[in-house]
Design a binder for this molecule. Structure first.
Ligand SMILES: [Zn+2]
Length: 281
């Protein structure tokens, strides 16, 4: 139990035909919401921190809080760097106890992406840390940049095989039409393409842009081979929307439980709903 490398939970998930939820955390309440939900359902979970959350909370601060809760948890918990922007940030995360990292240099030409990801995999594996890699750009906001539909590419299954083999990554992020943030139009998830990728790539597959993706598509994607689903926007929205709207005047008498209890409970409920969906409960 407690803090584990990502490979440990994802290999089991892909074999077992279920997926583990990965939720963006930025403070104590968000960590409590995620770990509390996972413990309540007796399921593994992934706490993830992107550059934005790390810069907001302070990398050391958020790492300490997450690791404390992970170690105490009654279920396996992973601490993952989501969309790491530089080699240095990846190294800082490993140094602060993250058990999984991702370097997102999918905006670079293919050969440079392979070289940089391979370097990260070598360093991380030497420290017992898992690595997620991304070959194609995923639509919506990514690593602080807006990826237009023209820039977002769908994963080529043959190239995915080569990318995974050359880099030595443990988990592969697919580009099959999901977007970061909420969808602007109707989602068009290419499940046929995912089948082709899953047939060729045996390592756990990761679905980015899980927020707002229809439940039926997510279920089917998990059956095909998705072992990790990232949820950021919907989780933040559960917290923020509740914070903004669902309080009565009494709650805002400037006392701490009054203001923060409802947002945390709403965030936890969202995590429970997603874990049930991913695990097929
Ligand atoms: Zn992502």
């Amino acid at each position: 139990m407690s803090l584990v490398p990502m490979s440990e939970v994802l290999i089991r998930a892909r074999r077992g035909g279920y997926a583990v939820g990965a939720f963006e955390v930025w403070n104590l309440e968000s960590i409590q919401a995620v770990v509390g939900a996972a413990e309540g359902l007796a399921q593994p979970v992934i706490l993830q921190v992107g550059p934005g959350e790390a810069d907001y909370a302070g990398l050391e601060d958020i790492a300490h809080a997450a690791i404390f809760h992970a170690r105490r948890a009654k279920v396996p918990v992973v601490l993952h760097l989501d969309h790491g922007d530089t080699f240095e940030r990846v190294m800082r995360c490993i140094n602060h106890g993250f058990t999984s990292v991702m370097l997102d240099v999918s905006h670079l030409p293919y050969a440079e992406n392979v070289a940089a990801t391979k370097e990260v995999a070598r360093a991380a594996h030497a420290c017992g840390v898992s690595v997620e890699g991304e070959m194609d750009r995923i639509g919506g906001g990514e690593a602080g940049a807006d990826v237009t539909d023209d820039d977002a590419h769908l994963t080529n299954p043959d190239q995915a095989v080569e990318f995974v083999r050359e880099t030595g990554i443990d988990a592969f992020a697919v580009a099959i039409g999901t977007v970061h943030g909420f969808y602007k139009g109707e989602p068009n998830i290419r499940l046929g393409l995912l089948e082709k990728i899953a047939a060729r790539v045996p390592i756990p597959l990761v679905l980015h842009g899980g927020s707002g993706t229809p439940d039926t598509d997510v279920r089917r994607a998990v059956e095909i081979g998705i072992a990790k689903v990232n949820i950021c926007t919907e989780f933040v929205a559960a917290f923020a929307d509740t914070f903004a709207s669902e309080h009565d005047e009494q709650d805002f008498r400037y006392n701490v439980p009054g203001v923060f209890v409802k947002p945390r409970a709403a965030a936890r409920k969202l995590v429970e709903k997603k874990i049930r969906l991913f695990a097929g409960l």
